[in-house]
Each structure stands twice: as C-alpha cells, then as structure tokens.
Design a protein around this ligand. Structure first.
Ligand code: SF4
Length: 211
C-alpha cells in the first residue's frame, strides 16, 4: 500500500489552527428549559385588558404614566379587545349588574390568562360589602391569581402585585396544570331564581346554554 507523508512546505503560510469548539460554544450557547423561556416571555409581556370599574381604575391608569412606568414590565399595552389581552386587572367595584360583562370579557381573553383583583371592592365588596348590589368578591365569577388590597391601592402596590404575578408565572410548567380555584356557578345565595342577571351568569358557565 502506498504511504503518504505530510511534509511541511517551506515558504507557504500555514492554515489557521482548528477552532476550539468548546471555547466557541461557551461564548455563544445558552442552555435552558422550554419552561424557563416560555415563562420568561409570558411574564415579561402581559397585556392587560383595557377596562376599569370605579375609583381604583384611576390608580391603575396612574400606573401607566411616566412616574410609575408600567412599561418597564412590558405591560403598558392596555388592549381594547379582550382577544389581544392575557391579563385582567379588576380595578373597582363589581356590581351584580356588571358581573356578566366582566365574566364575558374574561372568557374572551387569550389563554393562558391571569387575573389581578385590585382594591377592597374587587376583593370582597369593599365599603359596599353586604350590599344588595355588589359582588362579595370578583373570585365569585372568575379565578383570581393575585389580590392587591387597599382603598384604593397606590400604583406602587399594583406594581408589587404585578411583580408577584410575574413570580407566579415563572414557577409554572407547560407540562402541568395550573393550580387555580375556579368559581362555581351557584348564585342562589345572592340572586333570586329567575333573576335576569342570574340567568345570564348561569349561561356563561359550561355547557354555555342560552340565557
Ligand atoms: S376599593 Fe375603594 S377606591 Fe377602590 S373602587 Fe372600591 S371604593 Fe373605590
């Protein structure tokens, strides 16, 4: 068999040394999990639905001004369409009359969606608790992820609540189910049978029959 020899060629430039692959990867490769990437993307670009119910909404609006700058969290895009929103900030008193509209907006939002109850009214009825007109907590009609108490909570409180929501999202996994307490469609304690609001609310739960 013929043998070949690599003899050095005098006077010719030698080829560059082979690239150190390990060193190259060290500078350019990021190894992470799908969960981390998804959660990072989701928690850094929450788009709130643009709506407010009462005085707490003023504080929510103030959070979007330059002094508090909700844009730092990628959350400044308050969307006028629930189809483009994945976060609901319930800022204000939720009356029974308004309850079906709030649940309808929630149902139309994109999954995975998150809810923050802002202020005493949204959490438990606030100063109107025990009144005939007000829901004793928005968690009666939609699942809530974070509660921010106050009457009204200041923008700083809302920002802390939003950061808590981000923390919560970062612990999620796409492989598992979200742990949330879903409301039960039982309004017999608050509304009489045949009440139009009760009928409408009932129609907004599976199997979604017409009111
Ligand atoms: S919690 Fe207080 S500030 Fe907020 S909507 Fe209710 S009454 Fe208004």
């Amino acid at each position: 068999m013929e043998k070949s020899f690599d003899l050095p060629v005098i006077g010719r430039e030698l080829p560059p040394p082979p690239v150190d692959v390990d060193e190259d990867l060290k500078n350019n490769l990021l190894v992470t999990s799908v969960d981390t990437i998804m959660n990072w993307a989701r928690s850094s670009s929450l788009w709130p639905a643009m709506f407010g119910l009462a005085c707490c909404a003023m504080e929510m609006i103030a959070t979007a001004t330059s002094r508090y700058d909700i844009a730092r969290f990628g959350m400044e895009l308050f969307r006028p369409s629930p189809r483009q929103a994945d976060m609901m900030i319930v800022s204000g008193t939720v009356t029974w009359k308004m309850a079906p509209a709030v649940r309808r907006v929630y149902l139309q939002m994109a999954e995975p969606k998150y809810v923050l109850a802002m202020g005493g009214c949204a959490i438990m009825g606030g100063p109107f608790a025990y009144g005939y007109s007000t829901l004793p907590g928005v968690n009666r009609i939609i699942p809530v992820d974070v509660y921010v108490p106050g009457c009204p909570p200041r923008p700083e409180s809302l920002l802390v609540g939003l950061m808590m929501l981000q923390e919560k999202i970062r612990k999620e996994t796409i492989a598992g189910k979200r742990h949330r307490i879903e409301p039960t469609p039982d309004f017999s304690q608050f509304l009489p049978p045949g009440d139009p609001v009760r009928r409408e609310l009932d129609s907004l739960y599976p199997p979604f029959l017409k009111a």
